[in-house]
Design a protein. Structure first.
Length: 467
């Protein structure tokens, strides 16, 4: 675990000379590569341009084809020994919105804001003896955290103000190390005549108190469903390419309810440290493949069983005589509401609890409430298990329904009716347009197993709707 102090610094090994880490420009210039030929004089410009050409190509590849965000790791946790003064960022990898790689190889400790910038803790937490006190230049970090000023002594009572939310962020930087004499340096900008022998790609952490301005760009980046029709997402390719550089910092986590000097404990971590909400994600190809495989494994391997037809017209008007002769049980055990499936279903799911008809009596006085009751009926399944009937009891129909105005709601709970392959029947009855004509008819289904099939008819004594 790399031990980082508050303030700024590179964390480079003491035996190496280095300059402060610097955030580099974001723009990708027009591409121009060197042309080599025998006898060509190569200078620093040629080699530097060769490096820049390939790095900018990779950055453009990231920005144009992959996007930016956090790929893995970089989670924020309380410090195991000193949670009131420090937090720990785990190793991880991310791409900023300039296409630059932010790679942290070892855990990094960050100092939390103190009650007073000038105050030194009486018993500062000692460094963990099992961790390193420095990091190689390729895994260094600059950390900054603004201290919270102490409240004035004997201050008058004031309204309680919630502590600001802390935003833990990281950004890409470059570090110049291994300075050596440069006798042929034409620039001569360095008074001691030295130039860095290596430039190490590194990172810088910062804890913002309150929401930083770049979070607006992060939220816009996370909005993925702006279009009403999903296929219109492809039309985004017609828009100009987004200019990079809106977000130099990658937000890792927020810390809520933090009071300087108080510990961020493991028990409170779920409520204080949020590693998910503000984090822009950049899932890898392997992760997307796992997601697709997971979805495919949960989808039925073959088309679902649906309701192919039923023997009534949805929402249509019937006379009381028609209803009694067609949908109640007849002496020869015919009649009733019939539903036909596209494939055989399991007999155990079809019963009087899953297949019902509810009668809604319409009172003569419109100010009175409608009375609802489940009609007693016999439910049966065809020998081939491809259709079922609901036949209303004829005695009930004669005594309770004859000469009445009522509506009949037919419900089949397809969640509990499975086909021979064990998949629930896709029974949702959906409205559609047939040649610009509104229709509600079979076949049913929305591609999701199960659902509630519900239809209704109107029954009137005169065959006319009540006004």
């Amino acid at each position: 675990m790399t031990n980082q102090k508050s303030g700024t610094g590179t964390g480079a090994a003491a035996s190496q000379s280095s300059s402060a880490a610097d955030c580099q420009p974001c723009a990708v210039p027009a591409f121009c590569r060197s042309n080599y030929y025998t006898g060509k004089l190569l200078t620093e410009r040629d080699f530097s341009g060769e490096q820049r050409y390939h790095s900018d190509k990779l950055r453009l590849h990231y920005m144009g084809l992959h996007g930016w965000g956090l790929v893995c790791g970089l989670t924020v946790e309380p410090h195991p020994y000193c949670p009131q003064l420090r937090i720990v960022v785990d190793p991880g990898f991310g791409i900023d919105d300039c296409g630059r790689e932010v790679r942290v190889l070892k855990p990094v400790e960050l100092a939390l804001p103190l009650p007073d910038a000038s105050a030194t803790p009486k018993q500062p937490c000692p460094p963990d003896p099992t961790t390193e006190t420095s990091a190689p230049p390729s895994d260094t970090a600059t950390t900054t955290a603004t201290a919270v000023p102490a409240p004035p002594a004997q201050a008058a009572p004031a309204a309680v103000v919630a502590p600001p939310v802390l935003y833990v962020c990281v950004r890409y930087c470059e570090n110049q190390v291994e300075f050596t004499p440069a006798p042929f340096d034409d620039c001569g900008c360095n008074s001691n005549g030295q130039q860095p022998n290596r430039i190490c790609e590194t990172f810088e952490f910062k804890i913002f108190q309150g929401e930083p301005q770049f979070m607006k760009c992060v939220r816009e980046h996370s909005q993925c469903c702006e279009e009403d029709v999903c296929i219109d997402i492809y039309k985004r390719v017609l828009k100009p390419c987004r200019k990079p550089g809106c977000v130099h910092w990658l937000p890792l986590a927020t810390i809520k309810g933090f009071t300087p000097g108080q510990a961020v404990t493991v028990e409170q971590m779920k409520g204080m440290i949020d590693n998910w909400t503000v984090r822009p994600l950049l899932p890898s190809t392997r992760m997307l493949d796992h997601l697709i495989q997971c979805i495919l494994n949960r989808l039925p391997p073959q088309p679902l069983t649906v309701i192919e037809k039923f023997n009534w017209d949805h929402a249509q008007l019937y006379t009381c005589r028609q209803f009694l002769s067609e949908y109640t049980e007849q002496p020869d055990h015919t009649g009733g509401f019939q539903i036909v499936f596209s494939a055989p279903v399991h007999a155990d799911g079809v019963s009087g609890e899953s297949f019902q008809a509810t009668i809604a009596f319409l009172p003569d006085d419109p100010t009175l409430p409608t009375t609802l009751e489940v009609a007693p009926a016999k439910v049966s399944l065809a020998p081939d298990n491809t259709s079922c009937w609901l036949r209303i009891d004829p005695n009930y129909a004669q005594n309770r329904l004859n000469g009445k105005n009522f509506d009949v709601f037919i419900r089949l709970r397809c969640d509990v009716i499975v086909d021979q392959k064990g998949h629930p029947v896709d029974g949702d009855l959906l409205a559609r347009l047939n040649e610009d004509t509104y229709a509600v008819d079979a076949p049913t289904g929305d591609g999701i197993p199960g659902g509630l099939f519900e239809s209704w008819i109107q029954v009137r004594m005169s065959g006319k709707k009540n006004l």
